[in-house]
Unconditional design. Structure first.
Length: 107
């Protein structure tokens, strides 16, 4: 699937909601590799969601892709902000903890 199409559909669906979410969680299990285009699109999507007051979180990024994104400058910032998670369950737990005022757990 084309990353730009996914990005466009995501933004369109969020814009169609009466009440936007606080967080959009990306299940990244299907990401086999991360190209520059994917990383740029990801950063752009994050910016577009951010202006709407929405955080983009990532969970279950495969090992090969994770190794590549960790080389980028944005990943450490995301990790420090609790926006990267080893599993979907860990992300949901962190979100619930954030909603209750407790500390989150990042990957």
């Amino acid at each position: 699937m084309n990353i730009r199409r996914v990005q466009r559909e995501l933004i369109e669906r969020i814009d169609a909601l009466d009440t936007p979410p606080r967080v959009v969680l990306l299940d990244a299990r299907g990401v086999s590799d991360v190209s520059v285009t994917v990383m740029d699109s990801f950063a752009e999507t994050d910016r577009r969601l951010s202006v709407r007051g929405i955080e983009l979180w990532v969970a279950e990024l495969p090992t090969q892709a994770l190794a590549r994104v960790r080389r980028g400058t944005a990943w450490a910032t995301w990790q420090d902000a609790g926006r990267t998670h080893a599993s979907l369950d860990a992300a949901v737990t962190a979100f619930r903890r954030d909603c209750s005022g407790g500390p989150g757990q990042a990957q």
